[in-house]
Design a protein around this ligand. Structure first.
Ligand SMILES: [Zn+2]
Length: 670
């Protein structure tokens, strides 16, 4: 069955927004107003049924050509109703003994994907047909590779192995259920065992299927455990409830082209609205075209609503280093940054900082960031977990660095590779998370590590790659002394196979002509970090020169070398740097850059950076009169461009009235 809904109706149309009709292969219930429009919709719905399509949109001008001469325009949304294959949570059952086999059987008809795991082929051979099994000598690796939110039940033949697996599962910190068969005595032993390793035993369920029965028959234990699991998994999946549909009203602005290329580059709707369903954008239009009885409305007038900002270069472990006095790049790293990044190895530090970091981003209107984590995989794990819980699109990676820094922030070529690989397996493509392979820069990676980074890029061509290039003259000299064979700085990354349109090169200030030409040919991106470049005295980015040469640039904060989380303040300083270069950053180009432009730099413009129907509702609501000085200045603003320029120069987090991530309001006070 396909549901056809009128999403917006402009002008004089036969039915209002909200009208619905249900189309089956040979049936139609309800109406969207009859006539040719309805025939077209029924036809399209039946095509979808035949082709197995899940979702489609139709935008139909009403006029004589479709035999409906009432004028206006109608936008329809068609989607499949009824049971659809869902993304079921994984349940890993360790131990294919009597209880394990009974549990796998009990889980089989339930909405989970259960796998029975053992190292003993003869036990797995006794499993009932249709149950999925996995034979492995290394069961703990399955726990490391499990998707966040998975459930783990441990009932192996061996107490020591049970303890090892349960410790591994608890240290993940993001599984929805960790259960171990056994008695209260076994739990007490286990508690001592994991406390010694600094792991919190509290989330462990032991005994499993707790307390409901003293009956020890495998099928009975299995039934109670399956019930306990389902209870837990259903609770885990019922995230914060967002009203199914909501209408966000205000002055709506987004971009469909680069203002450098064409004057037809943006859409501005004075009394506009964004219709959101389940966190996704269904439609953007005049408020009157989308409004209807019973719809939840949030009125942000007179504020501007744009796609959420994107920050293409930021250091998550530097939230407590920002604003450290008085050094250029290399001293600044050694004096402030590396000692701070050591702390990300301490229990509990990374998760606490991840929450603070994401709150700062959304507080400043940023809904997607490309982040460097510390060398410790725990830092990336913490950031991804926190972003995943918020349904927030992050691109991040643990830095690979194996020299020229204190031991506590170094890995080795092999460890950097293995840890990155495990994080990619777990997080790349999980929800809205994406992985960036992250050799910090050539100074802190040996040629061996660079080669391993290149291998990761070959093995995972759809991951991003992020690093730093030509930020500071002293850095360039030191780099070239470490790689005497290199023709120039970029050549180091080129030789190791890192160049592509997935590569983000932070700073890219002091470039030689050959480097610029190779960046253009390979599509490698430059990333402009204005507040950082001024703060560290690094140099003036040549946006116009790179553009003329065909290099695509992103723009970013580079906190903590950068001095503000605000993309508005980033535009302010960027404007001044380009002034010193004799170049202009117009208000439309500026706001295009921090939304669609940065999405293009990431190759993610189909998902973020615009208000295109079907994309997640990541939005920022901007108040151009947020401070008395802005309000006074705004009295004389006559055009949208003038208003945008005031925001670009005077705005910061005080101008961010609200930020939505996947339709969820992130600022508590509006
Ligand atoms: Zn940086």
């Amino acid at each position: 069955m396909i549901r056809v809904r009128v999403i917006s109706a402009r002008g004089s149309t036969p039915r209002d927004a909200g009208a619905e009709m249900f189309v089956g292969p040979a049936s139609v219930e309800g109406t969207i107003g009859g006539g040719q429009l309805e025939y077209m919709a029924i036809d399209r719905a039946r095509q979808m049924l035949a082709a197995g399509e899940a979702e489609a949109g139709m935008d139909i001008p009403l006029g004589p050509e479709i035999g409906q001469c009432c004028g206006g325009r109608v936008v329809l949304h068609l989607d499949r109703q009824g049971p659809t294959p869902e993304d079921h949570p994984d349940v890993l059952v360790f131990g294919a003994g009597h209880v394990g086999r009974a549990l796998a059987l009990a889980l089989h008809p339930l909405p989970v994907d259960a796998t029975l795991i053992d190292s003993r082929p003869e036990e797995l051979a006794q499993t009932a047909p249709g149950i999925s099994t996995k034979l492995t000598p290394l069961p703990e690796a399955e726990i490391r590779a499990a998707r966040p939110g998975s459930a783990v039940v441990i009932l192996t033949h061996d107490h020591a192995l049970d303890f090892l697996l349960a410790a591994e599962a608890l240290s993940r910190g993001n599984l929805s259920y960790v259960g171990m068969i056994g008695s209260a005595t076994k739990r007490a032993q286990f508690t001592r065992f994991v406390r010694a390793k600094g792991i919190d035993p509290a989330p462990l369920i032991c005994p499993i299927g707790a307390g409901f029965t003293h009956d020890k028959r495998p099928a009975v234990i299995a039934a109670f455990t399956a019930a306990e699991l389902i209870t837990r998994l259903t609770a885990a999946s019922s995230l914060k409830k967002i009203p199914m549909q909501q209408l966000i009203r205000g002055r709506v602005l987004d971009f469909h082209a680069d203002p450098h290329d064409t004057a037809d580059n943006h859409r501005y709707i004075q009394d506009g609205a964004i219709l959101i369903e389940d966190g996704k954008i269904l439609a953007v239009d005049d408020y009157t075209a989308l409004a209807r009885e019973g719809l939840v409305e949030i009125d942000h007038r007179p504020h501007l609503i744009l796609p959420g900002f994107i920050d293409t270069h930021i250091h998550f472990p530097q939230v407590q280093v920002i604003a450290s006095w008085g050094a250029q790049l290399l001293d600044w790293l050694n004096t402030y940054t590396f000692p701070e990044e050591e702390r990300f190895n301490q229990q509990g530090h990374a998760p606490a900082m991840a929450d603070a970091f994401l709150n700062l981003l959304t507080g400043h209107g940023t809904t997607t960031a490309v982040a460097f984590c510390s060398v410790h995989p725990e830092s990336a794990e913490a950031l991804f977990s926190a972003a995943h819980a918020r349904n927030m699109a992050m691109v991040a990676g643990k830095v690979m660095m194996d020299r020229n820094a204190p031991d506590a922030v170094l890995d080795t070529p092999q460890r950097g590779y293995d840890d990155s690989k495990a994080l990619i397996a777990r997080w790349h493509g999980t929800g809205r998370q994406r992985y960036a392979i992250t050799p910090r820069f050539a100074i802190t990676s040996t040629p061996e590590q660079m080669a391993m980074a290149g291998q990761l890029v070959r093995e995972h061509p759809d991951c991003h790659v992020q690093t730093h290039l030509s930020e500071n003259l002293e850095e360039i000299d030191f780099t070239l002394s470490l790689y005497p064979q290199a023709r120039d700085y970029l050549d180091i990354y080129e030789t190791h196979g890192l160049l592509s349109d997935r590569l983000l090169l932070g700073h890219s200030i002091h470039l030689r002509p050959r480097e610029i030409a190779r960046m253009a040919e390979t599509g490698s991106r430059a990333v402009f970090c204005p507040t950082s470049n001024l703060f560290l005295g690094s140099g003036l980015f040549d946006e116009g020169g790179l553009r003329a040469a065909g290099v695509v640039s992103g723009i970013a904060t580079d906190v903590g070398g950068g001095t503000s989380y605000s993309m508005l303040q980033t535009l302010n300083e960027g404007y001044k740097i380009l002034q010193l270069r004799g170049q202009k950053l117009t208000p439309l180009s500026a706001f295009h850059w921090i939304t669609r432009g940065n999405a293009l730099a990431l190759g993610m413009e189909d998902r973020i950076g615009t208000l295109a129907p079907g994309s997640m509702a990541d939005l920022v609501v901007l108040d151009s009169r947020a401070t008395p000085a802005m309000a006074l200045r705004m009295e004389r603003a006559e055009t949208l461009e003038q208003e945008l320029f005031i925001l670009q120069i005077m705005g910061d987090d005080r101008s961010v009235a609200q930020t939505y991530v996947a339709g969820q309001a992130m600022k508590t006070a509006v």
